[in-house]
Design a protein around this ligand. Structure first.
Ligand code: PHE
Length: 448
């Protein structure tokens, strides 16, 4: 009964045994939240675009990309867990819904280096110089994941790519070291200082610089990157605080807000060295984004061997939730006018929650199939497909192995709650029954 093609955004793709994108996820590909000017995510997008006025801005790239773009072009190992069907929505083996905006790095750099203006203009949102080797990409991304108030299988990311010609960097380093020498008496040799700068930023063997780069180049890139990201985050969080103050959520202290930042060593296949940036905001360290010095192979492949660069990528939802006081990530997908009607382009204001509707928890216990290819994300997808946005969370509450039969048992609690209306227990029972039935049919579990 299975159809042989899958329609995504008007194009039919042949399916194969990698195809695992369900209809409810496909339906999200056409929502284009980033193109609705008064949607909080679009407002945040514009805010960040404004922080990088000299960059080109792209926000119209299709979420359907090749496996090559999403993984191979970025140096993901063949056995990288991100490639797994349990984590990624495949259209077919060679085609998938992008899991991150980095999927467009090589493609855009290559189009820029080859002057393919039409490709670029289609995807573009502003009119910065058409051949701009510095750009931002805002887009929807898709990942199979757990279900709770801050996870949703579709979310949005902003990618930043900033490259420099090696000559430009050489000049800048020369200027900096000359200025340094002039400011001191004695005029000692400064290669030591540059080396120290690198030591201070590039931590340990686990986070190495690339052999293609000199210590000075890495020091320059890392400093430039951290500065740019720091400036952006401070600008945005300052606006968040101002919005909270004007809505009376936080008392105006009059003192200038400060946002301490820390850089945690990280690993990405397409940057080295790499970091995770975290910001202390209202008592909590927020993971803002991943970043690092771009792998030189990517620039070489794009036809830019004479350039070096840095890149970052971060999720918009987390920041938007803070900025607009939105406590449930599902609200971003609501078309209820009591949500969308509260925002307007270019303005940050705190969301006034409408009445919270009662929630209803249902448990389901079952034995795992003997031949277990079972993955938790299969349950997440199944529940989502059956209950849609009625589901607020799915949590494992019990797990054990039978001592005699060796069979695995699981119990999940499904929390149902509508964002915009009251639901009856009868209505939920019908959904829950359907969930149970499909778990047996599709996952081969035995209900207990
Ligand atoms: N693409 C990475 C992610 O989704 C983030 C990232 C982007 C890291 C660019 C480094 C450079 O987690």
């Amino acid at each position: 009964i299975e159809s042989k093609t899958l329609d995504v955004l008007g194009t039919a793709y042949a399916t194969d045994d990698w195809t695992n994108t369900p209809p409810a996820i496909l339906a999200k590909t056409g929502r284009n939240l980033l193109h609705q000017p008064s949607h909080p995510l679009a407002i945040l997008k514009e805010l960040i675009f404004k922080e990088f006025p000299t960059f080109a801005h792209y926000d119209s790239l299709s979420p359907v990309v090749s496996t090559h773009q999403n993984f191979d072009s970025l140096g993901f190992a063949q056995d990288h867990p991100g490639r797994s069907k349990t984590d990624t929505y495949y259209v077919n083996q060679n085609t998938l819904l992008r899991t991150h905006t980095s999927a467009h790095q090589l493609q855009l750099l290559a189009a820029i280096s080859q002057g393919e203006h039409n490709v670029l203009m289609q995807a573009k949102n502003n009119f910065a110089a058409p051949r701009n080797e510095r750009f931002l990409v805002a887009a929807d991304v898709y990942r199979r994941d757990e279900i709770d108030a801050s996870h949703y299988p579709v979310f949005h990311q902003m990618e930043g790519v900033c490259t420099f010609s090696r000559e430009e960097v050489r000049d800048k380093i020369r200027q900096a070291t000359t200025a340094e020498r002039d400011s001191k008496t004695g005029g000692a040799c400064h290669s030591d200082q540059v080396a120290q700068m690198v030591d201070a930023t590039v931590v340990g063997e686990d986070n190495p610089m690339q052999s293609a780069h000199s210590a000075e180049e890495v020091a320059f890139l890392v400093k430039n990157m951290k500065q740019a990201m720091n400036d952006m985050v401070v600008q945005i969080l300052t606006k968040a605080v101002a919005a909270q103050q004007s809505s009376g959520e936080v008392s105006a202290s009059g003192s200038q807000a400060q946002f301490p930042v820390r850089w945690i060593d990280a690993y990405f296949p397409f940057t080295s060295p790499s970091w995770e940036m975290e910001v202390l905001f209202q008592g909590e360290w927020l993971e803002i984004c991943g970043c690092g010095v771009m792998k030189q192979e990517i620039l070489n492949q794009a036809g830019m061997p004479d350039r070096i660069g840095w890149a970052f990528g971060f999720g918009l939802e987390r920041l938007a939730m803070l900025l607009f006081g939105v406590h449930d990530i599902r609200l971003f997908w609501s078309s209820d006018s009591r949500f969308v009607g509260q925002f307007s382009p270019g303005r940050i204001n705190s969301f006034r929650p409408f009445s919270r509707h009662p929630s209803c928890a249902k448990d389901v216990s079952f034995w795992l199939p003997a031949e277990s290819t079972f993955h938790e994300n299969d349950i997440m997808d199944l529940v989502r497909e059956t209950a849609g946005d009625l589901v607020e969370g799915v949590k494992l509450i019990d797990s054990f192995t039978h001592p005699k039969t060796g069979k695995g048992s699981r119990c999940y609690r499904i929390n149902y709650c509508s964002m915009d209306r009251n639901v009856t227990n009868e209505e939920i029972n019908v959904v829950q029954e359907l969930v149970r039935k499909r778990m047996v049919e599709q996952l081969g579990v035995t209900l207990r």
